[in-house]
Ligand binder design. Structure first.
Ligand code: HEM
Length: 149
């Protein structure tokens, strides 16, 4: 039995969207977002786990305090967007590489896109609208550090 391997130099048309070579830009995105994610993820872990009393300081008030500062709102939002798009695009590559059935691959890629989009939208909303002490909430439902109105 013999197997014919396609000539790697044979012409291959890469998918283009509006003149853009999306596979090339997806490849570049993985490298660039990877470098930025190293800074964002290790900065996130260092601040949450190494500074102050470390892991013992993490509670509702700690998160509320961080998200009252636009710096951490943007830090976490950029980390969320970069990591979700990076993870979803990486999974898309794995689906392209390993899933043989075109219909199954399509369903998986639609599911990947939808779950990434939903998590990005919800996460961004939470980071920018989180209010640890909502005005008018019943006193027994808000955190102990909130001024009871
Ligand atoms: C420290 C931060 C990170 C760095 C430096 C990094 C770097 C990379 C690079 C360079 C690739 C491309 C590999 C290739 O094309 O052969 C990649 C692929 C991938 N990354 Fe990341 N990444 C990071 C964080 C993440 C996170 C947080 C996720 C999940 C949300 C993730 C999920 C993936 C997946 C699923 C792939 C595809 C793997 C494959 O093609 O076999 N990565 N990563």
């Amino acid at each position: 039995m013999s197997v014919t391997i396609e000539n790697p130099r044979s012409p291959y048309t890469r998918p283009r969207v509006g003149g853009l070579n999306i596979e090339k830009w997806g490849w570049i995105y993985m490298r660039v977002s990877g470098v930025v994610l190293v800074v964002l993820i290790f900065g996130h872990l260092f601040v949450n786990l190494m500074l102050g009393t470390g892991v013992h300081q993490i509670d509702f008030a700690f998160v509320g305090g961080k998200w009252s500062d636009p710096f951490w709102q943007w830090w976490d939002t950029i980390m969320l967007w970069l990591a979700m798009i990076h993870g979803a695009n990486g999974m898309r590559t794995i689906v392209n590489d390993y899933v043989r059935k075109v219909q199954v691959a399509r369903v998986l890629k639609v599911a990947l896109f939808a779950s990434a989009a939903i998590l990005i939208i919800l996460g961004t909303l939470v980071a920018f609208t989180f209010d640890p002490c909502p005005a008018g909430a019943p006193a027994d439902l808000v955190a102990s550090f909130c001024p009871v109105s």
